[in-house]
Each structure stands twice: as structure tokens, then as C-alpha cells.
Design a protein around this ligand. Structure first.
Ligand code: HEC
Length: 159
């Protein structure tokens, strides 16, 4: 192969990989689930990772309600902060490509919203105002759960 053909081939391959990467970044790795939800296809450990993060969110919500019931606003703020954007930092790139863009956006929005709740408490917001924010926040959990499910892609898991 002469150098020109080689470099054109390299550029084309690069272009294809960018396009394929872009496709997955937006669409993720999904198929229609058995219950009319979009099934995100993951490896077992990736699914475990996302579910562990989910349980952390539930834990945060539980602590926030306990804090609200005890009128302990610093506790509510700390619980919200613990599930804020800082807690969502290290997701591996392979997993990022498998999650649909809308899923990533909704997930990030939920984390950001927890930070905003913590900020509002720091600025002296009243408990009933925070309870309203929390119920809206739970609406976002419910919405995403009604659209997506996570399944293990068996084929991929044999490595
Ligand atoms: C971006 C989408 C999305 C958002 C936002 C989201 N979840 Fe989830 N969550 C999921 C998916 C998908 C599953 C897996 C459901 C399935 O496979 O049936 C899940 C599962 C869970 C589970 C089960 C964990 C396990 O171990 O099985 C809990 C608990 C949970 N979510 C809590 C929450 C809470 C609380 C919030 C809001 C603060 C939330 N989630 C927000 C997508 C989301």
C-alpha cells in the first residue's frame, strides 16, 4: 500500500470509529425489554455498579426524610450532598457508551438537584420547601424507572 492510500485508510477508520462511538454515546447499548421498558444491555459488573449507585441514592433519600422528620436540617443537607455530583465522578468510559444519552442526562440532573437542595438548606430554606423539592426529585427517580431497565448481556459476559 502506498503512503497516501494508507493515510486515507487511517482517516476513514478513524472517522468510522468516531461515528460508531458517537452513535453509542447517544443511543447506548439497548433493546426493547420484555416489559415495554428500554433494556440497557450491560455486563454483570457494570449492572452491579449502576445498581449500587441506585441503592446509594435510596439511602440518601432515606437519610433526608429522617433528617426532615427530626427537623435536623444540617443532617438533610449532608445526606443530599453525599448523593450530589461529587458522588457521580468515576464512571468508566465503556459503561458511559452503553448508557443512552438521555439516561446519562437524567442521572446527572438528579445528582445536580441534590447539590442544589443542599445549597438551599445552607441558605436557610424551610423544611416544607425542601420536602417539596425532595418529592419532585422522587418524581425524577420514578420517571427514569418507568422508561429503563438494566439487563445483563449474556453474550458479552462470556470473556
Ligand atoms: C437515569 C435513570 C434513573 C434515575 C434518575 C434513577 N434511577 Fe434508580 N434505577 C434505574 C434503573 C434503570 C434501575 C434498574 C431497574 C430494573 O432493571 O428493573 C434502577 C434501580 C434502582 C434501585 C434498585 C437497586 C437494586 O439493587 O436492585 C433503586 C433502589 C433505585 N433505582 C433508586 C433510585 C432513586 C432513589 C432514585 C432517585 C433519587 C433513582 N433510582 C433514580 C434508573 C434510574
Amino acid at each position: 500500500m502506498n503512503p497516501k492510500v494508507l493515510s486515507i485508510t487511517a482517516i476513514l477508520l478513524w472517522l468510522v470509529s468516531v461515528l460508531v462511538g458517537g452513535f453509542f454515546f447517544v443511543n447506548g447499548q439497548t433493546k426493547m425489554g420484555t416489559d415495554e421498558r428500554v433494556s440497557v444491555q450491560l455486563k454483570a459488573d457494570e449492572r452491579n455498579f449502576v445498581l449500587a449507585e441506585m441503592r446509594m441514592l435510596l439511602d440518601g433519600v432515606q437519610r433526608m426524610t429522617a433528617g426532615l422528620a427530626a427537623d435536623d436540617m444540617p443532617k438533610v443537607a449532608a445526606a443530599a450532598r453525599a448523593v450530589g455530583t461529587a458522588s457521580a465522578a468515576d464512571v468508566n468510559p465503556a459503561l458511559m457508551l452503553k448508557l443512552p444519552l438521555a439516561f446519562k442526562q437524567q442521572g446527572m440532573a438528579v445528582h445536580k438537584q441534590f447539590d442544589q437542595i443542599a445549597d438551599k438548606i445552607d441558605q436557610g430554606a424551610a423544611a416544607n420547601e425542601i420536602l417539596l423539592d425532595l418529592s419532585e426529585q422522587l418524581g425524577a427517580c420514578v420517571a427514569c424507572h418507568s422508561i429503563y431497565r438494566l439487563d445483563v448481556d449474556d453474550v458479552q459476559d462470556v470473556e
